[in-house]
Design a protein around this ligand. Sequence first.
Ligand code: SIN
Length: 296
Amino acid sequence: MALDHKPDHVPVVERNLDYTHFELRSLSPHLGAEVRGLDLSQPLSAAQQAELRRAFLDWSVLVFPEQQLAAEHHKALGRLFGELHVHPQLRGSDMKHPEVLPVVTNENSPFTPGDGWHTDVTCDEIPPLGSMLYVRETPSCGGGDTLFADMYAAYELLSDPMKEFLEGLTAIHDGAGPYNEQAELLGLPTPEGGHPRTEHPVVIRHPETGRKILFVNSGFTTRIVGLSSAESRGVLDILFRHIESNPKLWCRVSWQPNTLTFWDNRCTQHHAIWDYYPHARIGGRVSILGTTRPTA
Ligand code: SIN
């Protein structure tokens, strides 16, 4: 008997696995790869950079274990891919490296940054292209992994009627929710002028690969424009659940001390798992500015 529904398979995209400047091992057939054989504290040759860019576009999440990186190395690596972002909460601060957002969680932390599915800073008109998180210390009890979700595959797995419905819709991405909550927990004032808020298409195309991406996230997306409030809530809940409940979309990064992970913020979401309280995890994140608004 013929199936009356499409099986839920994530299409495997064929990739050229021929890398000459490093070894690459995939973390899942769709998303994420571990890269060994490059010292990221040293200048990379043009050929190494070109191969790294190809791997980045192919795998969206690249994990580099056993790296010894000072803030200067971290920033220099980020600058190979574009200008660096300064997080709204650090703008105007007098830290020596405001481009390196501390990602530190210990027994005194009221929350851990990124503990929930999100894409970084989509409340900006041009969200970051990608982020590089360098974890120097991992919890002594283990844990502290990060889940990543493939938003190309999230789009592909939607049914055709749902894809058709979402085509042409836009959504509001608002920084007020997450940032006010964090500021309150940290006892920080709301910045003058409030937090960024913007509108993006619900389905976008990756500016370099041209592939379609589902571009809503439960961290920042508050409303689908043109739907009633109840409809918007219902549709967003379906889409968030699609991402949160589907392990086929994910890969899991298990950090070792001194690991750097570089993710493509345009086509992934991530979720930092805080399963190690009261132990500590210590790192810093550099984000690279995007160059174009997300477009359909
Ligand atoms: C983040 O959202 O950038 C933090 C991710 C992590 O700590 O694993």
